[in-house]
Design a protein around this ligand. Structure first.
Ligand code: AMP
Length: 113
């Protein structure tokens, strides 16, 4: 099922790109919840983390590695940051294309709401 994120990958919808390689794309969230709010998504259409397969394991690791590199580029290495993956209705998932939220630039409350 194609989503708005597939259209961003295809360049059909504009986005503020933070990083791109052959496996993934990262762009700034359109409604940022923190001073830095970047979404890291696989180019492969995986609906959510619970829909990933064993074959996806290297790709999932790649997403996390890229997320921490972007955090460093954004100056968050010392201050800290949070990586979030919302999965399903109770988590508030609103786009059915796997995405890692990178949030930082302010103190983040815990536990989340
Ligand atoms: P989630 O609620 O975890 O599914 O997160 C989806 C995120 O995608 C939300 O934070 C939205 O603000 C963000 N979003 C939706 N459409 C766009 C878009 N066109 N460009 C950038 N971010 C978007």
């Amino acid at each position: 099922m194609s989503t708005i994120f597939s259209k961003i990958i295809a360049g059909k919808i504009p986005a503020r790109i933070a990083y791109e390689d052959d496996q993934c794309l990262a762009f700034h969230d359109i409604q940022p919840k923190a001073p830095v709010h970047v979404l890291i998504i696989p180019k492969k259409e995986i609906e959510r983390i619970s829909a990933s397969t064993e074959q996806d394991q290297p790709l999932l690791g790649h997403l996390l590695f890229v997320a921490q590199k972007i955090a460093e580029e954004q100056g968050l290495k010392e201050s800290g940051f949070r990586l979030v993956i919302n999965n399903g209705p109770d988590a508030g998932e609103s786009v059915a294309h796997l995405h890692v939220h990178l949030l930082g630039g302010r103190a983040l409350a815990w536990p989340p709401g």
